[in-house]
Design a protein around this ligand. Structure first.
Ligand code: IPM
Ligand code: MG
Length: 347
């Protein structure tokens, strides 16, 4: 069980440290942790946000626990050297095409949402986001038009095999939940989305037990705040999934509680909180490490098939929350280490 630990920037190291305490406490046989540099931290040390040695560590491991990347003081760098390229590069290089972003409301935390508690309390959904294609990874550039105007451009595309494999992940996830899958696209405007929809419908023939529906992304954004409880599994492309998953996290009430898995074919995966590096509170011991701790639980479940310790971690987080241990993001005043201590105590 070799786990690459890439803590990254901002609050990444603090929250990762608490997740490692939790993993170590479980005394899993064969657990081996190996650290690597990513993001702005890696750029400062090695001149690149995703140095070759970090990729080597990733390839030598069975899974990655990832903190966060992002450092606004480096935003002036050319795009290829910006901290965000670390996570984009890992996704592409390692074929991490399937991003699972669950969002559910913990009992007792319904009031944190800006939605009414009777609405937010019903949220229990999973966004399956395609992660290595779409406008994120298409050709892009800036050019000057003949009339002298500057133009930025980014190419959006999906090949049918890319859609098919993420559709399978979506349908299988739906089979393990309430057997409802909603595919989100913008097929009324985009050719990319029309092909997406056609292929998802083709794949659905293999899953007669799953009820498939389609929704335009603008409507999906609206339904997510109107009646989020109506969603179970959502499958969507890279850009729409990026936006809808942040929105879903706010419907829950805090981005500080949401974990994610980015999976390759097989069992390899990268696990990270969906929040960013939060430079405003970095280094102050204020960040809520729960999303990273829950990401470690997803790691045990998806990459190692260790359901029992994964469920134990999740139960410990829920118990700590139920006991009133809340970070600033949840309106409480528990610090990073204190939250880690509380989760360990409930483990
Ligand atoms: C995410 C983030 C990334 C993305 C950024 C950091 C490149 O927002 O994981 O959702 O856009 O995919
Ligand atoms: Mg995002």
């Amino acid at each position: 069980m070799r786990i690459a630990v890439f803590a990254g920037d901002g609050i990444g190291p603090e929250v990762t440290e608490q997740a490692l305490r939790v993993l170590e406490k479980l005394e899993l046989p064969g657990l081996e942790l190996v650290e690597g540099d990513v993001g702005g931290a890696a750029y400062r040390k090695h001149g690149h946000p995703l140095p070759a040695q970090t990729l080597d560590i990733a390839r030598s491991a069975d899974a990655i626990l990832f903190g966060a990347v992002g450092d606004f003081t480096l935003d002036h760098l050319e795009r290829a050297l910006r901290p965000e390229q670390a996570v984009l590069g890992l996704r592409k290089e390692l074929g991490l095409f399937a991003n699972l972003r669950p969002a559910q409301v913990f009992a007792g935390l319904e009031d944190l949402s800006t939605l009414r508690p009777e609405v937010s309390g019903k949220i229990d959904l999973l966004i399956v986001r395609e992660l290595t294609g779409d406008v994120y990874f298409g050709e892009k550039g800036t050019r000057t038009l003949e009339d002298g105007r500057r133009q930025g451009w980014d190419m959006m595309s999906y090949a049918e095999d890319e859609v098919r494999r993420i559709a399978h992940v979506g349908f299988k996830a739906a089979q393990g939940r309430s057997k409802k899958l909603c595919s989100v696209d913008k097929a009324n405007v985009l050719e990319t989305s029309q092909l997406w929809r056609d292929v998802v419908i083709e794949v659905s023939a293999e899953y007669p037990d799953v009820e498939l529906s389609h929704m335009y992304v603008d409507n999906a954004a609206m339904q997510l705040v109107k009646n989020p409880g109506a969603f179970d599994v959502i499958v969507t492309g890279n850009l729409f999934g990026d936006i809808l998953s942040d929105q879903a996290s706010m419907c829950v009430g805090s981005i500080g509680l949401l974990a994610s898995a980015s999976l390759a074919e097989g069992t390899y995966g990268l696990y990270e909180p969906i929040h960013g590096s939060a430079p405003d509170i970095a280094g102050k011991g204020l960040a809520n490490p729960m999303a990273t701790i829950l990401s470690a639980a997803m790691l045990l479940r998806h990459s190692f098939g260790l359901e029992e310790p994964a469920a134990r971690i999740e139960a410990a987080v829920a118990a700590a929350l139920a006991a009133g241990v809340k970070g600033g993001d949840l309106g409480g005043n528990a610090g990073t280490k204190e939250i880690g201590d509380a989760v360990l105590a409930h483990l």
